[in-house]
Design a protein around this ligand. Structure first.
Ligand SMILES: [Zn+2]
Length: 145
């Protein structure tokens, strides 16, 4: 039996933050063409860049596209489903297990990012350089270009 009260409570709790995040992302994307903080500051992609494109590829059953845009997407999907099942069906919250698996996924994701930056940067999206970034724009202003 799914714990609908808990699910509704969780949705109610995350909704305001989610709405604010979407609004901030839309504003940043309007001005910089991306909502990635690292890309906006330096022009370099972060380990999470490509995650939305990966999720969209997954929704279109484009498995290779999903893996290209975010190699840890299968782990993120499994992780999300596993903890939703445990929280809303089994009514269990394992904070230590959650943090351990999240840490493992982060280490795998950052390792994949370093390898992919070495191999594919800067001309294979999502591992491309963004010219319109704060560092580059500030440098141009001070150099008089
Ligand atoms: Zn990013």
């Amino acid at each position: 039996m799914i714990k609908m009260k808990l699910l509704k409570k969780d949705i109610k709790n995350i909704l305001p933050g989610l709405v604010i995040a979407v609004i901030v992302c839309l504003i940043l994307t309007h001005f910089f063409g991306t909502c990635c903080p690292l890309r906006i500051l330096t022009g370099l992609p972060c380990p999470a860049c490509g995650t939305i494109r990966s999720a969209l590829a997954l929704l279109h059953f484009d498995i290779l596209g999903m893996l290209w845009y975010q190699p840890v997407m299968p782990l993120l999907v499994f992780f999300s489903l596993f903890f939703c099942y445990r929280r809303y069906y089994k009514n269990k919250t394992d904070k230590k297990l959650f943090l351990l698996l999240l840490g493992i996924i982060l280490i795998i994701g950052i390792s994949a990012y370093v390898y992919r930056m070495y191999k594919y940067f800067p001309d294979h999206p999502p591992l491309e350089y963004t010219q319109n970034n704060i560092y580059n724009n500030t440098r141009r202003v001070f150099n008089g270009h």
